[in-house]
Ligand binder design. Structure first.
Ligand code: SF4
Ligand code: SF4
Length: 97
């Protein structure tokens, strides 16, 4: 569903944000050190954009098409495995989330 198809005050159906790439206006990128990560899933629970990528109950990265760089994941990580980095300082190879 496109934003323009909704009436004012309507509640968007689940999954309708998938085609909106909110990551296009991000300033900071969350970079996860998967060697430190204990796969507790706190970041997955708290991410407002459902941008934590998980496979077999383990965090494997970040969906940067939708991550808007709010830093909540880094703030809630109990082992400080996520560092927020300024995207403009990163090389294309580093921008993997
Ligand atoms: S910075 Fe973290 S919490 Fe915020 S949108 Fe990106 S992955 Fe989600
Ligand atoms: S909150 Fe931290 S330790 Fe837990 S899954 Fe996310 S990155 Fe890993």
């Amino acid at each position: 569903m496109n934003k323009g198809e909704m009436k004012p005050g309507a509640i968007a159906p689940a999954g309708s944000m998938h085609d909106l790439f909110t990551g296009s206006w991000r300033t900071y990128v969350p970079v996860t050190d998967l060697d430190k990560c204990t796969h507790c899933m706190m970041c997955w629970v708290m991410c407002p954009d459902s941008s934590i990528l998980v496979e077999d109950s383990r965090k494997v990265g970040t969906d940067l098409d939708h991550c808007k760089g709010c830093g909540i994941c880094a703030a809630v990580c109990p082992v400080k495995a996520i560092e927020m980095k300024l995207e403009s300082d990163m090389s294309p190879d580093e921008r993997k989330g």
